[in-house]
Design a protein around this ligand. Structure first.
Ligand code: ADP
Ligand code: MG
Length: 314
């Protein structure tokens, strides 16, 4: 029997929506795309982002401190954990239903609450850059700095937002369990929101005030599981050079070398396309036979068949 292709899928914001009802609807469409790949003979592992959801949880927990003076503010690592469980719940529920609707009864679905270790001396901690949560005015920003010790930054004339560090993922703590589940044929959701950031203190793992980039965490997951494909699903069908300009050129096949050159030339926006291309290059360049793909959720089946998307190879 032909060995199944192992595929790690990194779901972007548009696969999950921005609100509770949006997510309920979005996961149904996402589940269809994922089960299409399973029907095509892929062994799928799902990772995902959590931008809007972690902001929502964080704001809800801040509101709790206003209602009840006894409640301390909730650490960001705990907010990431809550977002993982909430998104995992909706996704695993939708995937289970889609599998059963297609008569597939032998693939159990489960979410792994995943901790991802980062280095305490990662330079990202000295330069928090990732904005999370809602915009506030200068007076509210000052209160949040004083009350919660948040770092607030003015964001292009739109108000102030909390910024947090985005350190590099160094190790997936639960990788052994994830591998066992995937090897036994389960459909696993892992590394949600880039994973719960933790730093090692002897045997203790201490939650870190950070949000790990989900594309980089998905890349580490794909390497650790010796996947054949890393598929990053986002809001564009392909990656472009000179994006958004009259000289825009959509890319089909890119070698690791070419991609590194394009990164150097500044074609990919930091915080959006750059981490995706970096993750794609890292994965495709890590071992012969590994392919990375960036495309739209709705195009994932065609992209795996080589018909669309931007493909990265050695
Ligand atoms: P996700 O939620 O999937 O992580 P992001 O918004 O972070 O999505 O990143 C995807 C976005 O990156 C695209 O919608 C596009 O607007 C933007 N982008 C920036 N540079 C490029 C580029 N060179 N080619 C294609 N898209 C780009
Ligand atoms: Mg993103």
């Amino acid at each position: 029997m032909k060995k199944k292709k192992r595929v790690v899928i990194a779901l972007g914001g548009n696969a999950l929506g921005n609100t509770l009802p949006e997510q309920m609807t979005a996961v149904k469409i996402t589940a269809r795309a994922i089960v299409d790949l399973i029907e095509d003979g892929c062994e799928v592992v799902v990772a995902h982002g959590n931008g809007p959801q972690v902001g929502m949880v964080n704001n809800a927990m801040i509101a709790l401190t206003h209602e009840d003076a006894e409640q301390p503010n909730t650490p960001l690592s705990v907010c990431v954990a809550m977002s993982q469980a909430y998104i995992g719940y909706d996704l695993q529920n939708a995937l289970r239903e889609e599998l059963l609707d297609r008569g597939i009864t032998d693939i159990p679905v489960a979410t792994m609450i995943t901790q991802v270790r980062v280095e305490a001396d990662d330079p990202a901690f000295q330069d928090p850059s990732k904005p999370i949560g809602k915009f506030v005015d200068a007076a509210q920003a000052k209160i949040m700095e004083e009350k919660f010790h948040y770092i607030m930054k003015e964001d292009s004339g739109r108000g102030y937002r909390r910024v947090v560090a985005s350190p590099r993922p160094a190790e997936i703590i639960e990788i052994g369990t994830i591998r066992t589940m995937v090897d036994s044929g389960d459909l696993v959701i892992a590394c949600g929101g880039g994973g719960i950031p933790v730093v090692r203190q002897g045997n203790h793992l201490k939650g870190a005030s950070a949000v790990i980039d989900k594309d980089l965490a998905s890349c580490l997951l794909a390497k650790e599981l010796d996947a054949d494909y890393l598929i990053i699903l986002t809001a564009v069908e392909k990656v472009a050079l000179n994006f958004g300009t009259p000289e825009e050129k959509w890319l089909d096949q890119v070698s690791v070398e070419e991609a590194e050159q394009y990164i150097g030339e500044g074609h990919f926006a930091p915080g959006s396309m750059l981490p995706k291309v970096q993750a794609a290059v890292d994965f495709a360049g890590s071992k012969p036979g590994r392919t990375a793909l960036i495309t739209l959720l709705e195009k994932s089946r065609e992209a795996v068949q080589g018909k669309t998307g931007t493909t990265f190879h050695m």
